[in-house]
Design a protein around this ligand. Structure first.
Ligand code: SAM
Length: 244
């Protein structure tokens, strides 16, 4: 039926495309794509040929009204190059406008690098805070880190290989030397997750920027250590001694 179908695609291993995602792509009237070469490869993998409409940061404002209009009579799928659309990827305004126009909006959930990394890190998962990509400029990056330093949640960040070491150093400076994980190339041949304190990770990657795609996961701020029994006793004795 007509409307907008948000379709998650693999973050590496093409076998992670769900059967339902493949079925929706196969019968969509058109697929809004970030990069048609990337999506063409995916469609080829499942033996599907559908019209692709480029929808990315540079043309989104111009093509969005036309796309939304088509949803009244056509099934329009939205994919990004990898993973879940709208997560550090285009799409939120398309969903907003599709809803405002009264169109059906549904999702075919699937891979997301942030969630995949969270499951690999061995850090608390009950509360997490997704930061996407930090600003590239040093001052803006430090300001963002300072802003979230007291958030009591595991932090998840996207980063690129060349910037990894600098970001890990900035995180160490702004958050203290918390436990962390660097998850790389998830679901691909060279998948690797390294867990260590932030400063150790920063040192490790300083001279050898890693290849591939990367997620950083950082532990929440430590609990204030519980007062030791001796200290409590001493404070009590002190308080009693001062009673009139
Ligand atoms: N929408 C995508 C998702 O659901 O994960 C994220 C898109 S964002 C533009 C791309 C970033 O996601 C990469 O720079 C990297 O930080 C992370 N990423 C994507 N695939 C990954 C993978 N296989 N392993 C580790 N990180 C990945």
């Amino acid at each position: 039926s007509p409307g907008l179908y948000i379709v998650a695609t693999p973050i590496g291993n093409l076998s992670d495309l769900s059967p339902r995602a493949a079925a929706i792509l196969a019968r969509a009237d058109a697929i809004a794509v970030e990069d048609s070469r990337v999506t063409a490869r995916l469609l080829h993998h499942i033996g599907v040929k559908r019209p692709m409409l480029p929808y990315h940061d540079h043309n989104a404002d111009r093509v969005r009204p036309g796309l939304v209009a088509r949803m009244g009579s056509e099934a329009i799928a939205l994919v990004s190059d990898a993973g879940t659309p709208l997560v550090s990827d285009p799409g939120f305004k398309l969903v907003r406008d599709a809803r405002a126009a009264g169109h059906m909006v549904t999702t075919i959930p699937g891979p997301c690098a942030a969630i995949a990394a969270l499951t690999l890190a061995g850090l608390p998962t009950d509360r997490f805070f997704f930061l996407g990509f930090l600003p590239a400029k040093e001052k803006a990056r430090a300001d963002t880190i300072a802003e979230i330093a007291s958030v009591r949640a595991t932090l998840i960040l996207y980063e690129s290989g060349p910037r990894l070491a600098a970001t890990l150093s900035a995180l160490t400076a702004g958050l203290g030397d918390r436990d962390a994980a660097v998850a790389r190339e998830i679901s691909k041949t060279f998948e690797e997750t390294i867990t260590a304190p932030l400063s150790t990770l920063a040192a490790r990657y300083a001279d050898a920027p890693p290849k591939g795609e990367i997620v950083i996961v950082v532990a929440p701020p430590g609990e204030a250590p519980p007062p030791e029994a001796d200290a409590v006793d001493a404070a009590l004795r002190d308080a009693l001694a001062r009673l009139p």
